[in-house]
Design a protein around this ligand. Structure first.
Ligand code: NAP
Length: 247
């Protein structure tokens, strides 16, 4: 049975880089997107041109019914999911905690955290169809879980703290089934997310404060994700890889 990886939020940024690298490494790719159908389709075409299988799937992964439909559609087209990258994450404009509304906080938590629970739950059911495959999940957390993102996005940082606890707990729940669960904690990666956070030039501002002196690139995160999903990491579970240039 083929290795099928679902990458949530793969139309751009880190998700897209993961899709390209995992396709190179022999996975069939389920590309989830929310709004950017054209970008998702272009990525799908590129992967097919590499001789690999890929399909695009629109879904808001913070919504339970949409996640159920997403997994049913993947099973029909590519086969059951054997690997999952919980990549979706959003930032909202920078502000101090004193100005954050309940609506904003709940949106961050549902897109950044609930989505990961829902996708993991559905993926675990698919993984039972891959008894001989070493199934694995990688959660995309953030250096913000350690740094707190004061005056900018404490809500986002707290959502990533939740992803860290989720990774630890789920890895222990699934260890006896041989399903590995790990996380990467990137920081300061050159993607569009900083524009959504209201400061497109943020990486230029923070670069001098990063020990390696520069922002990271999406492919640098993707290589850690690919390693954690691979059999080279067969004894690694409940682990975190920090990818923040030394921060
Ligand atoms: P990005 O470029 O803004 O891309 C976000 C992706 O998520 C897009 O593909 C978007 O889809 C998708 N998405 C958003 N809401 C969705 C939803 N409700 N359902 C399904 N898909 C949804 O982000 P990125 O920088 O690559 O970030 C990827 C992950 O890395 C996130 O978890 C982020 O928190 C984490 N991270 C990023 C950095 C960084 O500096 N960039 C640092 C640390 C951690 P559409 O485009 O189709 O709408």
């Amino acid at each position: 049975m083929n290795k099928v990886v679902l990458i949530t939020g793969a139309s751009r940024g880190i998700g897209k880089a993961c899709a390209l690298l995992l396709a190179e490494q022999g996975f069939d790719i389920a590309i989830n997107y929310h709004q950017q159908k054209e970008q998702a389709q272009q990525l799908c075409n590129t992967i097919e041109a590499m001789g690999r299988k890929a399909e695009i799937f629109q879904a808001d992964v913070s919504q339970e019914l949409e996640v159920d439909t997403l997994f049913a559609n993947i099973k029909t087209t590519l086969g059951p999911v054997s690997h999952l990258v919980n990549n979706v994450g959003i930032l909202l404009p920078q502000m101090p905690v004193t100005q954050m509304s309940a609506a904003r906080i709940n949106r961050i938590l549902s897109v950044n955290v609930t989505s990961a629970f829902l996708c993991a739950k559905a993926a675990i059911a698919h993984m039972q169809h891959h008894p001989t495959q070493s199934c694995a999940i990688v959660n995309i957390s953030s250096a913000a879980s350690r740094l707190g993102a004061p005056h900018e996005y404490v809500d986002y940082a707290a959502s990533k703290g939740a992803m860290d606890s989720f990774t630890t707990g789920l890895s222990l729940e699934l260890a006896s089934q041989g399903i590995r669960v790990n996380a990467v904690r990137p920081g300061f990666i050159a993607t569009d997310i900083h524009q959504d956070g209201g400061e497109p030039e943020r990486l230029k501002r923070v670069a001098p404060m990063i020990p390696l002196g520069r922002a990271g690139q999406p492919y640098e995160v993707a290589s850690a994700v690919a390693w954690l999903l691979s059999n080279h990491a067969s004894y690694v579970t409940g682990a975190f890889i920090d990818l923040a240039g030394g921060k």
